[in-house]
Design a protein around this ligand. Structure first.
Ligand SMILES: Cc1ncc(COP(=O)(O)O)c(C=O)c1O
Length: 388
């Protein structure tokens, strides 16, 4: 049994999330307040104890760790040569955009979605095609007819697929993924599947790797994977890009090398190997803990803040909360909650225009912090409704 109730003080560690004013409770950026699996810390400590930190290579164990994990956990057979190390998913996305599209082309994203997708597109002089998901009866689905029209534009050459979807916590089903794969292939649109959240499904829920759906999906896709979300290792900068097609793979490989994001720091490999070979039990307990946090939030919102609704989800520790009965201005709402209570949440509109009126809450924290966050949330909504 691992102890997820333990509060570890993160202030003073140069943490993006926690090196902030006293009394601010951050529940925004997607990193967790739990210490990582002790098996991983042990591997890092062992590496640190060695004391020599020269240049690193990618050893066989790194490939084996990804291959074994994806086969056992996700039923996907990966060939060793499909995998390329990268220092992060966002560095990979940006590099892939630069190498496999040209300036002025259009890259499709399905909103609401991880906001940094937009940066990787716009900062490289490409245009965003914002294809909104349909939100109906409290859940999201793809608008496949609209998607088909948008993919048919010859200037649209790439699609970022977020699977599972951040911020909605949606696990895409096989039929939907197959349809996306067919439509993209038919229109020469390359799919970049960001699967960074794939290990954070609710207990007994499984995600479906895009590349596992069909040959069409496999051969026309690049998949980004990493232990960083599931094992809380974002600061170690370790990810992988999986590219089954050899021609696309060669280009991605050259792009990552040219952008100098294909080499690991001295701890990245040891941590990744430990996560994927020894972290399974810890992860399964973590998923239970996050799920129980989600149930607490669901009950609390229902009983204490009936003016907001939790969007049902099956993955990630990010909750997507519909506050449209309170306001249509989520920036203002998030800002006033922060000003009045110190609770720091993500405003929904940064994930796309249809995120307006929503708030994203990161619940990957010990229950005492969660309860503090919920009390502050209630106070913040009450004050907002009173015009403060
Ligand atoms: C969907 C998604 N992709 C990528 C990232 C960041 O990846 P990395 O830290 O490896 O660049 C995040 C972080 O929240 C994310 O939610």
């Amino acid at each position: 049994m691992y102890n997820f109730d333990k509060i570890t003080d993160r202030r003073g560690t140069a943490s993006l999330k926690w090196d902030i004013r006293e009394n601010v409770l951050p529940m925004w950026v997607a990193d967790m307040d739990f210490e990582t699996a002790p098996e991983i810390t042990e591997a890092i400590r062992k590496r640190a104890d060695h004391g020599v930190f020269g240049y690193s290579i990618i050893p066989d164990e790194w490939y084996g760790a990804y291959m074994g994990w994806w086969k056992d956990r996700h039923g996907l057979d990966i060939d060793k040569e499909w995998l390329i190390f990268c220092t992060g998913v966002v560095p990979a996305l940006s590099s892939i955009v630069r190498k496999l599209t040209t300036p002025g082309e259009r890259i499709l994203i399905q909103t609401p979605v991880y906001n940094i997708f937009v940066n990787s597109i716009v900062n490289n002089g490409r245009f965003v095609v914002e294809s909104p998901l349909i939100y109906e009866d409290g859940s999201y689905r793809m608008d496949l007819e609209r998607l088909e029209r948008e993919l048919a534009d010859p200037q649209t050459t790439m699609m970022f697929l977020c699977n599972p979807q951040n911020p909605g916590g949606i696990i895409w089903d096989k039929d939907t993924l197959a349809r996306v794969g067919e439509m993209c292939a038919a229109n020469n649109v390359l799919v970049v599947a960001d699967e960074i959240h794939c290990d954070l499904t609710d207990p007994r829920e499984e995600y479906i790797p895009f590349a596992s759906v069909s040959e069409v999906c496999r051969n026309n896709s690049i998949t980004c994977m990493s232990p960083s979300k599931a094992f809380n290792l974002a600061g170690l900068q370790s990810a992988a890009v999986m590219v089954p097609d050899p021609v696309i793979r060669h280009k991605v490989d050259r792009g990552l090398n040219t952008d100098e994001v294909a080499e690991p720091n001295a701890f990245a490999v040891a941590a990744t190997v430990a996560a994927f070979t020894k972290g399974g039990m810890w992860l399964d307990e973590l998923r239970e803990y996050i799920y129980s946090n989600k149930c607490i939030v669901k009950d609390f919102l229902k009983n204490e803040i009936p003016s907001v609704r939790l969007v049902p989800s099956k993955a990630t520790y990010l909750l997507w909360i519909d506050c449209r009965d309170v306001t249509d201005d989520s920036k203002d709402l998030a800002w006033k909650i922060r000003k009045n209570t110190g609770l720091f949440l993500s405003n929904g509109v940064q994930y796309g225009k249809n995120g307006e009126g929503f708030i994203r809450m990161n619940i990957a924290c010990p229950k005492d912090l969660l309860k503090d966050g919920l009390d502050r949330f209630k106070k913040g909504i009450d004050m907002y409704q009173e015009g403060e």
